[in-house]
Design a protein around this ligand. Structure first.
Ligand code: RB5
Length: 165
């Protein structure tokens, strides 16, 4: 049973072969949550490269055809690293429900990374539900997310030792 209101309207979903086993469970939970989705594959067990699939999600976020994303690989780690190279992406690999809640509440994460070899389907579905129903808290966290996003541009907000150059 789904408790709580979804904070995302439409999400991009992509996985590599290592994440494929989890994808149908994730799509089902998105339907249960009333969240639309775009499925960018992969759809076979043929070995593929996870950065290619993370890129689809980053591009869909960038062109605003979605307001969130889910990336899945074996560990949830490689595909999260790849997604985080894309402008505007705040991808969080979550292996617990608590982490999913915290990264929405504190970091305004817009992409959830899951590991099909780490989280069993029921746990992954519960993590997804927590991620999709936890609002960003804002306040002091908004300032930090703003600083975080500046790190992807040349504006690093001062030198490494904190002094002004
Ligand atoms: C693929 O075998 C595997 O390396 C990939 O799914 C992922 O776990 C990488 O981080």
């Amino acid at each position: 049973m789904i408790v709580g209101t979804a904070v995302f309207k439409k999400m991009a979903v992509a996985c590599d072969h290592g994440g494929l086993a989890l994808k149908p469970h994730i799509l089902k939970t998105l339907k249960d949550l009333g969240i639309e989705y775009l499925d960018f594959g992969t759809d076979s067990m043929e070995s593929v490269d996870y950065p290619v699939y993370a890129k689809h999600v980053g591009e869909a976020l960038h062109d605003q055809s979605v307001d969130g994303g889910i990336v899945i690989c074996g560990s949830g780690l490689g595909i999260a690293m790849a997604a985080n190279k894309m402008t505007g992406v705040r991808a969080a690999p979550c292996h617990t429900i608590y982490a999913a809640r915290l990264t929405r509440k504190d970091n305004d994460a817009n992409v959830l990374a899951l590991g099909a070899r780490v989280s069993a389907p029921h746990l992954a579905q519960a993590i997804l539900e927590a991620f999709c129903t936890t609002p960003f808290e804002g306040g002091r966290h908004a300032r930090r997310v703003e600083q975080l996003m500046k790190l992807e541009s040349n504006d690093r907000g001062g030198s490494r030792d904190g002094g002004q150059r």
